[in-house]
Design a protein around this ligand. Structure first.
Ligand code: C2E
Ligand code: MG
Ligand code: MG
Ligand code: MG
Length: 292
């Protein structure tokens, strides 16, 4: 207590706030230890072409396994990783791990060389020294085709790098860039045409709104149309209900990911999920007959 008030003299500590501070420093300590031990796991979520129901690639998503067997999602700790700078080290681990997994699946014949692996990258991580060189070394280590790697970056993270050369350095490697959570950040449309984007992901909040708000569809249609004008491929995230897929496909959204096809899963469970793809494809086709 004395220490805390010494550091932040002007904060009035209610018992609740005090407790929150303590919880937070406990969280920081255990995260630090977990990062040191590489005590994390990546789950993978398939991304599919909507019309063909063919596999486009995967998004790698961080999970923090607990002694209880539970896998904690990044929502609970990603901001702490950012603020402490731990995201630099852990994010680099994630890129290496995802590229290594891509190579394993490729060797097993489960995927093709053009199947992509998307990895999320935060603003702080992009700002770490020699980021692009380290990505290049990782690609090299796993003999991975640079265009099979997609870095997913949010609008606000991209905007923070606009004064630097980092995005161009990444593009020069041949790695693809995806604008994540589109519509939730800066939303300055001017940036869309200034940044060398390959993909844009419509945030899942828009997708979730479709059923409730008719206007959501109008917004989604405009996003897709705009992206297409700029030559950016569009992916819908958070698709839980297959009913909306024909509309998305009709507007020109190529791909999707979401619980409708699969939740993010541990690598070892992916083989079975991919085997199911054939069955899903057959049953899915009927919805699209009037589009062809
Ligand atoms: P994101 O990149 O936008 O990832 C999509 C999130 O939506 C994931 O949450 C995923 O599990 C969830 N999701 C996918 N399909 C559905 C669906 O149909 N319904 C619903 N309700 N949710 C769905 P997750 O795994 O909790 O990750 C949260 C965020 O944490 C990610 O958002 C990303 O910004 C960040 N993150 C995850 N892994 C990494 C990483 O390795 N590095 C960095 N820097 N950030 C990461
Ligand atoms: Mg993402
Ligand atoms: Mg997203
Ligand atoms: Mg998100």
């Amino acid at each position: 207590r004395a220490k805390l008030s010494g550091r932040s003299r002007h904060i009035f500590f209610t018992p609740e706030l005090d407790q929150a501070q303590r919880d937070r420093s406990v969280l920081i300590t255990s995260l630090r230890r977990a990062v040191d031990r590489q005590d994390f796991e990546l789950f993978y979520q398939p991304q599919l072409l909507i019309k063909e129901q063919r596999l486009l690639g995967f998004e790698a998503l961080l999970r923090w396994p607990q002694d209880t067997g539970e896998h904690v999602s990044p929502g609970a700790f990603i901001d702490v990783l950012e603020e402490t700078g731990l995201i630099g080290e852990l994010g680099e681990w994630a890129i290496g791990q995802a590229c290594g997994q891509h190579r394993i699946w490729l060797r097993k014949g489960l995927i093709g060389p053009a199947t992509t692996m998307s990895v999320n990258v935060s603003a702080r991580q992009l700002g770490t020294p020699h980021f692009a060189q380290r990505v290049a070394a990782t690609l090299d280590k796993h003999s991975m085709r640079p265009d099979s790697l997609i870095l997913e970056i949010t609008e606000s993270a991209l905007v923070q790098t606009i004064e630097t050369n980092i995005i161009n350095d990444i593009k020069d490697l041949g790695v693809q860039i995806s604008l994540d959570d589109f519509g939730t950040g800066y939303s300055s449309l001017a940036y869309l045409s200034q940044l060398p984007l390959d993909h844009l992901k419509i945030d899942r909040s828009f997708i979730a709104d479709i059923k409730r708000f008719p206007h959501a569809v109008t917004v989604i249609k405009s996003i897709i149309a705009l992206a297409r004008t700029l030559g950016i491929r569009v992916i819908a995230e958070g698709v839980e209900d297959g009913d909306i897929l024909p509309m998305l496909a009709k507007e020109g959204c190529e791909g999707y990911q979401g619980y409708y096809f699969s939740k993010p899963l541990p690598a070892r469970e992916m083989a079975n999920t991919l085997k199911n793809l054939e069955t899903v494809r057959l049953s899915h086709y009927a919805n699209f007959i009037d589009l062809d």
